[in-house]
Ligand binder design. Structure first.
Ligand code: HEC
Length: 238
């Protein structure tokens, strides 16, 4: 019996570890810290998402008014700063571009990003969005990606990051053209965006974490009442 349990357990371990490597395609992933309590970060991430991603990708599980409440913005702020004029506050985050047009332009339809953080993991996203590099053989976009080989998505944040190129000698990406942001600033921008993508992947997690605090507090208070009671009841029996 013990061997059986051991075999199943190590089999599971092996499965999960090989899955993790498969998801990254063997590329080293940089770790990113996710903090769903960091409202300022989520708000900055939402802004980047709306300005630079929503033109191609949608987040069709996410409603604007739900997002407003969760990340600490009013409906007015979201309507004014984060929405296209034709959208309503109760709408989901969809795009105007038609799927078949997108396919014509990019060869593939840009996937919905609602649950991408759960499908790929946040470290993967954080690394992916920082590892686009110049590649002449990619006729359509002029760029490739270390984390997602031959990706059909162009380097949409090139203005912020600048372009990188793959340096054969150091086997790493080095700067080819300067961007508006320093390396550090760009990393923060992508960290905020990844944080936001983690949030839309599991919006109720924010509520769960908030409720969890109250549940723990309740348990502590309950213990403070129940323990003296238990002592009182058992006093005569002992
Ligand atoms: C110009 C259109 C366009 C824009 C803008 C764009 N993407 Fe993409 N993206 C694509 C396409 C097309 C693909 C599919 C690539 C493929 O499968 O080769 C893709 C793929 C992805 C993937 C991989 C999805 C998967 O299933 O593996 C992620 C993650 C992603 N995009 C995130 C983003 C984020 C975040 C932004 C905003 C910073 C963004 N994209 C902006 C076109 C775009």
């Amino acid at each position: 019996m013990r061997t059986l349990i051991f075999t199943i357990f190590s089999g599971l371990l092996l499965l999960t570890s090989s899955y993790a490597t498969a998801a990254s395609g063997g590329v080293h992933l940089d770790a990113v810290e996710i903090d769903l309590d960091d409202k300022a970060s989520l708000q900055r991430g939402a802004k980047t998402f709306v300005n630079y991603c929503l033109s191609c990708h949608q987040a069709s599980f996410m409603r604007y008014n739900r997002m407003a409440k969760d990340i600490g913005l009013t409906d007015e702020q979201v309507t004014k700063n984060l929405m296209f004029a034709s959208d309503k506050i109760g709408d989901t985050m969809t795009v105007a571009m038609r799927a078949d047009d997108a396919k014509k332009w990019f060869g593939v339809t840009p996937p919905d990003l609602s649950v991408i953080s759960r499908a790929k993991g946040t470290d993967w996203l954080y690394t992916y969005l920082r590892t686009f590099y110049l590649d002449d053989t990619k006729k359509a976009t002029g760029t490739n990606n270390l984390t997602f080989k031959d990706v059909g998505m162009p380097h949409v944040l090139w203005q912020q990051q600048g372009y990188l190129r793959n340096d054969d000698e150091s086997h790493g990406l080095i700067s080819a053209t300067k961007g508006d942001k320093s390396n550090h600033e760009y990393n923060v921008m992508i960290r905020d965006l990844t944080n936001f993508l983690a949030y839309i992947g599991e919006p109720s997690k924010i509520q769960r974490l908030a409720i969890a605090k109250w549940v723990l507090l309740y348990l502590v208070l309950f213990f403070l009442v129940a323990y003296p009671m238990k002592k009182a009841f058992w006093r005569d029996i002992h």
